[in-house]
Design a protein around this ligand. Sequence first.
Ligand SMILES: *Cc1c(COP(=O)(O)O)cnc(C)c1O
Length: 405
Amino acid sequence: MKRIIDAARSLAQTRGSFYLYDEDSVFRHIRLLKTAFPLAQFLYSVKCNSNPHVIRSVCSQGLGADAASLSEVMAARDAGLRRDQIYYSAPGKTPDHIRQAILKSILIADSTGELLQIQAAAEEAGETVCAGIRINPDFSFGGGPGVPSKFGIDEDQAYRFLAEHPLKNVRICGIHVHLKSQELRSDVLAEYYRNMFRLAETFERTTGFSLKFLNLGSGIGIPYSPDDRPLDLEALGKTAADLFSGFRASHPDTKLLIETGRFAVGKSGFYITRVLDRKVSRGKTYLILENTMNGFFRPVLANLICRYSSDPSPEGCEPLFTCRDECEIIPLKEEGPSERVTLAGNLCTAADVIAEDILLPHLEPGDLIAVTNAGSYASVLTPFQFSSQQKPEEFFLTADGKILS
Ligand SMILES: *Cc1c(COP(=O)(O)O)cnc(C)c1O
């Protein structure tokens, strides 16, 4: 943390508000994943944070890419990944995007219509391609029966379709399932993996295809609020070890893929902003900060949701909202808390509030504030263009202490 605070202080001498990502912490989180799942390979979910330094750093650790758009396929290529390391999975890919991505990534069909489009694009390119399909399985994440979804192809529909439609230029070489984000219970994740390995067996038996990859999706969560108990990755790894090695024994050539989701970078980013003004209105103290709702949207949205909800712990809606108090607000000043303040942004809307009536040290214009959990779904989800303010810059603190812009 000291490295980050020093870097933030030095950047703040010439900058207003900015993001700062910590490569050390990114590496540490990737190591945790690799240690828990020695038989898996990991795909970085680019949509969490598409900063080029972040993508390059993550890929330097041997991760592939989970791309949610053609641009993310291109960004992964720019970071040096090969076609067989980039998995392009999203609903509603346009025929043009399929055509452009077909020789640059492994396409994962999200519907039967997309399977036909991939066939057409492969034929047009004069190639036979390996493609995956995203399955909406007969089970749900918590173990109950399958549910309707806008994602993927219902399992029984996939079996029927593949039996009735031989695809001349497409080899179905993998399946992908992603049902839930931000899970902190290791036993629920382990049960999900158990169901996934069963699905893989059923798929191979029913279709006759042999899987070159089984993409287990994401789901691995990070602690947001101080009340969150972090996922016990070590316990999960122990439980999952038998499942993974059992499947590996019967499928030595099937890659087992896990998408990192927010886990790789989520805790490794900070949003730094400064106090622009302070005022007291009818006894209430306001600090006006630079670029709040239009700098880091998630904590402002969380504040808004909690203001309107009668539930003390409103249910999450990923990736926009996880829970009350989902980011910590840390003043970069070495004094204890001494006053109750409301932190608002500099936009002309009363919705632009990041925290209400919290205890902080006395802050004056120019003082800095760091907001945590700003590595994933932070800059990428923020409406920077609103009110034509200057957008926060992004900086990357490398493992050897350099600050890259
Ligand atoms: C959005 C998405 C992710 C991201 O995972 P989180 O855990 O929600 O951060 C992973 N996989 C797929 C297919 C996604 O669409």
